[in-house]
Write a protein that binds this ligand. Structure first.
Ligand SMILES: Cc1cc2nc3c(=O)[nH]c(=O)nc-3n(C[C@H](O)[C@H](O)[C@H](O)COP(=O)(O)O)c2cc1C
Length: 378
């Protein structure tokens, strides 16, 4: 019946773009729907907990790509209660069963390496010291990064030139630890107004040494981290997340496009696996605006896998991949509330609504592992 048989190409054409397989260097992804990194504040005393096993495995599919929540690289890295770390042996051991559970279901799991910098408080710092940054100017914003919760931040201590190389080394060691925990790779958290972003952005970075001033100088610390981490675990296991257009945590740049392009081009020199950028439309983590700005120039400049995030749903997710604007799309809130998001997208099924009130609460079940799956799959 040659008349009705389909060619492989025609068959592929029928698959929505988000559900098409993708080869990310040595990783074979079965679809393009990525779990975005999301801090859930349920890692008591900075240690991943057994309940994270269920949370991450619920969101795992065979060949699915998951990015873990921001994990502190050192004792000075934390900025919220109950976020996990990867700088002690205990923390590494605690991650192992979580990573194992994801691997058992065939997922590919990266650890997001994080330093909050000045988006922290003395109460999270060793001996109640001030948090560290590229500057001694505090965050002036009166709300947390979610744009809702009230906040006031202390003045940070400005790192000396020599200390900066130690922080680079903390990222290197944390990457090694993440691999020891079994992760498949790491994502360097260079977004959302945390330490790396503080160095990148000209409205924050007021240094006069080789880490401040020109674009090249402001990107030096982030790129030194990229180089150190890539040397340690291999560039093909390293991604980076950037948000050049955002000004969360009082962290803006006067020329975000130039910054994004400079980083995209520089990353090519290190051959990193992927660049993960947040859409300019995101004003806070949660609210979006209309803007003419886009990520296409950065996408074209970067030679590896390009991941986009920020406000995506099924329709525009398919569009951005289908039009070549991205290879993969990371979904945050929709994946948080829909553990079976790829399946729901496949069936074009209705989605559970997320409950913002439980994003950052500390309960090991409520708002965490109790979002329902599609009934047909139970
Ligand atoms: C509860 C919650 C926690 C988040 N924590 C992180 C984080 O640890 N690291 C990070 O890079 N982004 C974090 N984000 C931002 C998300 O990764 C994502 O960029 C954002 O939610 C926008 O995407 P969405 O519209 O698909 O939700 C968080 C978002 C939410 C909702």
């Amino acid at each position: 019946m040659a008349g009705i048989s389909m060619s492989a190409q025609e068959n592929l054409d029928l698959i929505p773009a988000l559900l098409a397989p993708y080869k990310m260097a040595s990783f074979s992804l079965s679809h393009r729907i990525v779990l975005a990194p999301m801090s859930r504040l349920r890692s008591y005393n900075f240690v991943a907990q057994p309940h994270a096993v269920l949370y991450y495995s619920q969101r795992t599919t065979q060949g699915g790509f998951l990015i873990g929540e921001a994990s502190g690289v050192s004792a000075t890295a934390q900025g919220y209660p109950n976020t996990p770390g990867v700088w002690t042996k205990e923390q590494v051991e605690a991650w192992k069963p979580v990573v194992d559970a994801v691997h058992k279901k065939g997922g590919i799991f990266f650890c997001q390496l994080w330093h909050a910098g000045r988006a922290s408080d003395n109460c999270f710092q060793p001996d109640g010291q001030p948090p560290i940054s590229c500057t001694d100017k505090p965050i002036r914003a009166k709300t947390h990064i979610d744009g809702v919760t009230e906040a006031s931040f202390p003045a940070p201590r400005k790192l000396t030139t020599r200390e900066i190389t130690r922080v680079v080394d903390d990222f290197r060691k944390a990457a090694r630890n993440a691999m020891e925990a079994g992760f498949d790779g790491v994502e360097i958290h260079g977004a959302n107004g945390y330490l790396i972003d503080q160095f990148l952005k000209d409205q924050v970075n007021d240094r006069t040494d080789e880490y401040g001033g020109s674009l090249e100088n402001r990107c030096r610390f982030p790129l030194q981290i990229v180089e150190a981490v890539a040397d340690e675990i291999g560039a093909d296991r390293v991604g980076i997340r950037l948000s050049p257009f955002a000004d969360y945590n009082d962290c803006a740049d006067s020329n975000p496009e130039a910054l994004g392009l400079y980083m995209a081009r520089s990353l090519n020199k290190y051959g990193v696996l992927y660049c993960h950028m947040i859409e300019p439309r995101m004003i806070t983590q949660f609210d979006s605006r209309k803007t003419e700005d886009g990520l296409l120039r950065m996408r074209k400049a970067f030679e590896g896998t390009f991941i986009v995030a920020g406000g995506y749903g099924r329709k525009d997710g398919n569009e951005v991949v289908g039009s070549g604007g991205a290879d993969l799309v990371a979904f945050g809130r929709l994946f948080l509330a829909n553990p079976d998001l790829p399946r729901r997208f496949e069936l074009n099924a209705a989605l559970n609504e997320y409950d913002r009130n439980t994003f950052y609460t500390h309960d090991p079940v409520v708002g965490y592992t109790d979002y329902p799956f599609l009934e047909t799959d139970n």
